[in-house]
Write a protein that binds this ligand. Structure first.
Ligand SMILES: Nc1ncnc2c1ncn2[C@@H]1O[C@H](COP(=O)(O)OP(=O)(O)OP(=O)(O)O)[C@@H](O)[C@H]1O
Length: 300
């Protein structure tokens, strides 16, 4: 269990994190979503005791992180995959971490296999690793102490599509076995694919949170007509509110039948009518955060 209550961080006049509260429960993956600079990393650093909060507090397994007797056995953290010592090999990195955590070094081989780092890669220096390899190594390190919770900041950065798919499976499996996962990302589809719950922040504040399905059910229908202006007018005549979506489509907060009937009544040809869910998270995300830097696929 990870609990965050009214966390706030100010840097001079700037408020990086503003009264953020949420809870991550066992058996769930919580997607912590926000554009660059929204305050995700600062929040995670405060949870992990690396940045002192200006206000509020956070606990992991019922205690502030810094008061956990052997934190690596409670929570695995991966905040910056590039922070590993570049001169050590992957295997050395994990062996040292195992000694620090007081777990048998025999687990190292097991973990290397679990994150798909082959023996040849494990013999290489971390300085020669790609970002994706460093993420895998960081994940292995986070899992080393067999923790019940994981806190991962943008772990998908640098992974190729196959690697992202792999990581999604690993996190799902971890949660399905009763683990708690807090995962930050600006890769909207990635979070949508794996998370049970979402916490979205923009400019340091929580703008939406809840079960993913509930948040997405408000996305309504996505509709596109041969004549966009006529469609907009037809929907307005039927009293249905619309919001512009990409590709000339509209998001309508209504059932498919109501949208179809409104279009038919005005003789408008529809090219597309589908639940907003397929693209809903992205549009909700963009609108909730005013589109600030929310470009999918942008690496940090
Ligand atoms: N040590 C610091 N001193 C001053 N400002 C900071 C510091 N750390 C973060 N900030 C500011 O706080 C805000 C939130 O940054 P943070 O890194 O938490 O965002 P983020 O959502 O993780 O985004 P990104 O994915 O780009 O890292 C930003 O405006 C950032 O410039």
């Amino acid at each position: 269990m990870i609990e965050v209550a009214h966390l706030t961080k100010r840097y001079g006049a700037q408020t990086a994190v503003d009264d953020v509260s949420f809870r991550c429960t066992p058996g769930t993956v919580t997607g912590f979503l926000g554009p660059n600079g929204a305050g995700k990393s600062t929040t995670m650093r405060m949870i992990c005791g690396l940045t002192p909060p200006t206000g509020g507090h956070a606990t992991v397994a019922g205690r502030p992180y810094r008061q956990l007797p052997n934190p690596g056995r409670e929570v695995g953290i991966l905040l910056d995959a590039s922070a590993q010592h570049p001169g050590r090999t992957g295997r050395e990195t994990l062996t040292l971490a195992a000694q620090l955590l007081r777990v048998p070094t025999s687990r190292v081989g097991e973990l290397l296999a679990r994150v798909d780092l082959p023996a040849a890669a494990a013999r290489k220096r971390v300085g020669d690793y790609s970002l994706g390899m460093r993420q895998r190594l960081g994940l292995a390190q986070a899992l080393l102490g067999e923790p019940r919770a994981l806190i991962l900041d943008e772990p998908a950065n640098g992974l190729d599509p196959e690697g992202i798919f792999w990581m999604r499976g690993l996190l799902r499996d971890f949660a399905d076995r009763g683990g708690t996962v807090l995962l930050s990302s600006h890769l909207l589809r990635e979070v949508e694919a794996v998370a049970d719950r979402l916490v979205m922040i923009g400019s340091g504040r929580v703008v939406a949170q809840g079960a993913k399905d509930e948040l997405l059910s408000g996305a309504g229908m996505r509709v596109r007509g041969l004549d966009p202006a006529a469609l907009r007018a037809a929907l307005a005549t039927a009293g249905l509110a619309t919001a512009p979506a990409d590709g000339g489509a509209l998001l309508v907060d209504a059932e498919a039948e109501a949208v179809g009937r409104a279009a038919a009544a005005a003789g408008v040809v529809l090219l597309e009518l589908q639940p907003g869910r397929a693209r809903g998270l992205e549009e909700m995300f963009l609108s909730l955060t005013n589109g600030a830097n929310a470009t999918e696929g942008t690496a940090r």
